[in-house]
Write a protein that binds this ligand. Sequence first.
Ligand code: AQP
Length: 326
Amino acid sequence: MKRVFSGVQPTGNIHIGNYLGALKQFVELQEDGDCIYCIVDMHSITLPQDPKELKTSILDVAALYMAIGLDPNKCTIFIQSDVSGHAELAWILMCNSYTGELSRMTQFKQKSKDEASAPAGLFTYPVLMAADILLYDTDIVPVGNDQKQHIELTRDIAQRINNTYGETFVVPDGRFLKEGARIMALDDPTVKMSKSSKNIHSRISLLDSPNKIKKSIMRSTTDSEGSIRFDASEKPGISNLLTIYSAFSGRRIEDLETEYSSAGYGAFKKDLVDVVCEELLPIQERFHEIRPSQELLNALKDGAERAENIAEKTMKRVKMRFGLGL
Ligand code: AQP
């Protein structure tokens, strides 16, 4: 059975980019993989967070994991900071990473560009991500394709250590979907949809009301041509909406182009609102049941115990290879 690992940061509300790029894959994979899904709270403090909001957000993400269909009887769900091996391994990996390779990470460049002085954690966070993955002898990492560079870095670090210290880590592969690998912002389809954008209409969050979903889709940026066809470079707005429609409905983009060949953008957008609401409203219902439940806390506690067990074995092996400790 392949080991699968992935995570989501508890910063802001999970949006349909996170859902279509990563979370939907999580659900699919739990059927025949040994899946470990983490709420990566230590990643979120690379930028300042309000402690109360962070606590709430961690439980929101955990409840959303379960609301979209992750079953704690089939997979492991836990909070990253509950397993100390992540930070411990990150330090060892950091000593085997280079500032040159870290400064090439595009996410660091983007996230640090508005900071007068970027925290060191923002610079080294791809190494913490590598530690998250390598700690669990992961074979497959389901993520959106904005994480491709980080997966490559993880592979490089693992191979480097294996070559120098002997077989220590499983070298993981990323798993990227064709549809939904990168959902773009609704207000600016040249940048990815993101939790941290200041414009709430740039994204659809999984917990948005039908009214908000409608507003965000109806005012999304398209073009003046008026024809519904996929052309990511010339028509990025409508192409992004076609991708979202296709990913939610499971229908091929070519079929949607044919169906809407004589429709206007308004009619297409209205139907897209329905398709999105149809999938998100039942998730929201389940979320509100699970969020206050003891079942959620039990799942996280059991998940942390199982994760800790695996992590402990890896850390023993790593320390032995490096000659650390007694
Ligand atoms: N726009 C996207 N399209 C497809 N997949 C995406 N992911 C993120 N944005 C998109 C995937 O979602 C997973 C969880 O992401 P994350 O929470 O760990 O962090 P992120 O990539 O930094 O997400 P955001 O929403 O862009 O947050 P901020 O604004 O805080 O940076 C990952 O698998 C990611 O690939």
